[in-house]
Structure formats: structure tokens, C-alpha cells
Design a protein around this ligand. Structure first.
Ligand code: SF4
Length: 216
């Protein structure tokens, strides 16, 4: 086997430290079915997972399946998700997406990236969340605001564009790490490496993190 590049060795070190810190990771969004995870992920844009969970507890008992969302009254749906923000757009996308699921996939979520990103309101990030979390398929690395911030600070990428960050991460991490690496970075971003005040002094990565862009 050829020797690993320094970038891969470093990425493995970050992944190891995160695994030690957060051995059991899971997606913070609550769901019972892949369709529900897809809807919850669409709702999570510009909204906290906590608020999404609060909304979906009622939402999913009212609209449990793609068929229910597809047939919903749009105004009722908008009202039900209002507190997640951008509710008109989200309601329109959820309904259009579920209508396509009904039309093309018998109300189920397709299990590949190409089909998923063709659905209304579904981009690469949402598709990666659903494939990784609902089906255990490592289609890519989820890059949300936490992953973008932390990978920059940790020197795993120089890019700010999510698609380019994802490409950098996929190049240095083994595919089996893709799903949980993102979950762990998101946890770490919420708990330790916050946007405004990273707690570097208590961070388990502080021995090797270059802390790019952080003063002091
Ligand atoms: S050392 Fe600081 S910048 Fe680096 S991951 Fe930890 S909290 Fe974030």
C-alpha cells in the first residue's frame, strides 16, 4: 500500500480525536421514516434542530406520509411549520417534493444521490443527510455551517463553498468515516467550537488544531 499523504494522516488524527470524544453520535432530528427525515431536513434550513423537533412532533402525527403532505392544504401546512422560518417556501417545497415521491417512487425516498437532488427543495446537503442517516449510505460528507466553520479552523480546507469543502473532505477521509465525521463535527461545533466563542482551552483537539482565523 502506498504511504498516506500528510493531509490524510492529519484528517485521520482529527477523526480519531472526535471519535474518542463522541463515540456514539446520531442525527439530532427526530423522525420515524425516511420521508419524515427528508421533511425535517428541509425544515432545518436556517432553523435549529430543537425547534424543528418541536414542530415535527405535531406535524408528523397530522401528516405521517408523503401522500399526506402531497394532499395537504398548503395554507394549513404553512401554518403548521411557521415557526421554522421561510415557511412559505418550505411548505411549497415539502409539498412539491412529496408529490414527486408519490408520482415517481410510490411515496418512498429514493436511495441514491442523483434521484434525490432532482426533488424540489433537496440539495446535496439534504440528500447526504437522508442517505447517511436514514439508510446508512455514505454518499458524501454533510457540510452545514458547523462543518464549514470547523473544517476551516482545523485546516482541513481552505474553501468556503460547501461543495468544495465536501470535495476536500471526501479526498482525505475514508468513505466509511463520511457519515459520522460530519455528525461529530456538528456536535463539537455546538458544544465547544462555537461560532463566536470557541472554547479552545478545553477543546480535546487543541494540541494539534492550527485554529485558523481565531485570534489569541
Ligand atoms: S482548538 Fe479551538 S478552533 Fe480548534 S477545534 Fe478546538 S475549539 Fe475549535
Amino acid at each position: 500500500m502506498p504511504p498516506r499523504s500528510p493531509e490524510k494522516v492529519y484528517a485521520a488524527k482529527v477523526a480519531r480525536a472526535l471519535t474518542k470524544e463522541y463515540p456514539d453520535v446520531a442525527c439530532a432530528l427526530e423522525f420515524q421514516t425516511p420521508v419524515q427525515l427528508l421533511v425535517a431536513t428541509i425544515l432545518s434550513a436556517q432553523c435549529t434542530d430543537k425547534q424543528v423537533n418541536l414542530v415535527t412532533r405535531t406535524l408528523f402525527s397530522r401528516y405521517p406520509t408523503a401522500a399526506d403532505f402531497a394532499a395537504a392544504d398548503l395554507r394549513d401546512l404553512e401554518n403548521a411549520i411557521k415557526s421554522t422560518g421561510y415557511f412559505r417556501n418550505k411548505a411549497k417545497n415539502i409539498q412539491a417534493c412529496c408529490q414527486k415521491l408519490e408520482e415517481l417512487y410510490e411515496g418512498e425516498v429514493p436511495q441514491n444521490l442523483d434521484d434525490l437532488v432532482e426533488l424540489p427543495g433537496v440539495g446535496r446537503k439534504t440528500a447526504n443527510v437522508v442517505l447517511g442517516t436514514a439508510f446508512g449510505i455514505p454518499s458524501g460528507v454533510v457540510v452545514d455551517t458547523h462543518v464549514a466553520r470547523l473544517t476551516h479552523r482545523l485546516g482541513l480546507t481552505r474553501h468556503t463553498d460547501p461543495a468544495k469543502i465536501e470535495r476536500d473532505l471526501m479526498a482525505v477521509l475514508p468513505q466509511k468515516e463520511w457519515i459520522n465525521f460530519a455528525h461529530r463535527l456538528i456536535h463539537h461545533g455546538r458544544r465547544v467550537c462555537g461560532a463566536r466563542k470557541p472554547m479552545c482551552e478545553v477543546c480535546s483537539l487543541n494540541k494539534f488544531c492550527p485554529r485558523i482565523g481565531i485570534e489569541n
